[in-house]
Design a protein around this ligand. Structure first.
Ligand SMILES: O=P(O)(O)OP(=O)(O)OP(=O)(O)OC[C@H]1O[C@@H](n2cnc3c(O)ncnc32)[C@H](O)[C@@H]1O
Length: 175
């Protein structure tokens, strides 16, 4: 079985690799850059979900050899308690309804939230905050603000498991 991923982001690649290994799946995976079709900093669950679904569907269209394609998208969501990280995954399969799964959420510190509300993107803001480069490919904001206990790859691997689990359940139900 071939699984396609609609991104070249290292944390997302690791999440899919780790999941295939953890689940002992007989699967190989390929990845291509896929457009999200939403703003570069999604600001709601709906926009983040749409980005994930667009990436998965684009990827499946481009990759004929793939049975399923996964799109993973990061965003933020405004709540009465502050601005929270939100992450979504979508799994596309030919002729079937797209499956969705959401990831863990944590509140962003107000100094980060204010910069996002003013129009900046989380990736560069996190690099600036951490005095590092490419945090979105490494531990991510979730890793930085959980003292490394849950990094971006771990958070996304949970989403990928939720997607593969729903896919397997659907496959089992229809056979
Ligand atoms: O290559 P792609 O797949 O586009 O990965 P990305 O990290 O650049 O893009 P996302 O669509 O996942 O995230 C949207 C924006 O939010 C940033 N972002 C999201 N989650 C983040 C996190 O946990 N840490 C740092 N930046 C994050 C990211 O860098 C983008 O600027």
């Amino acid at each position: 079985m071939i699984i396609a991923l609609g991104s070249k982001n290292k944390a997302k690649l690791k999440a899919v690799e780790d999941t295939i290994e953890d689940l002992g799946m007989k699967a190989s995976f390929i990845s291509i850059e896929s457009p999200s079709g939403v703003s570069s900093q999604p600001f709601s669950d709906e926009e983040t979900m749409e980005g994930a679904a667009n990436r998965a569907n684009f990827c499946l269209q481009q990759m004929n050899e793939a049975e399923i394609a996964i799109g993973l998208e990061g965003g933020v969501i405004e709540t009465p308690f502050g601005l929270f990280l939100c992450n979504w995954g979508a799994l596309a399969e030919r002729g079937k309804e797209t499956l969705f799964a959401g990831g863990a959420r944590i509140k962003l510190p107000e100094e980060i939230a204010e910069r996002l509300r003013a129009g900046e993107e989380l990736g560069p803001v996190m690099d600036d905050y951490s005095e590092s480069q490419g945090i979105n490919h490494k531990e991510g904001a979730i890793g930085v603000f959980t003292h490394g206990l849950v990094d971006r790859a771990t958070m996304f691997s949970h989403i990928v498991k939720l997607l593969i689990g729903q896919y397997e359940k659907r496959k089992g139900s229809s056979s």
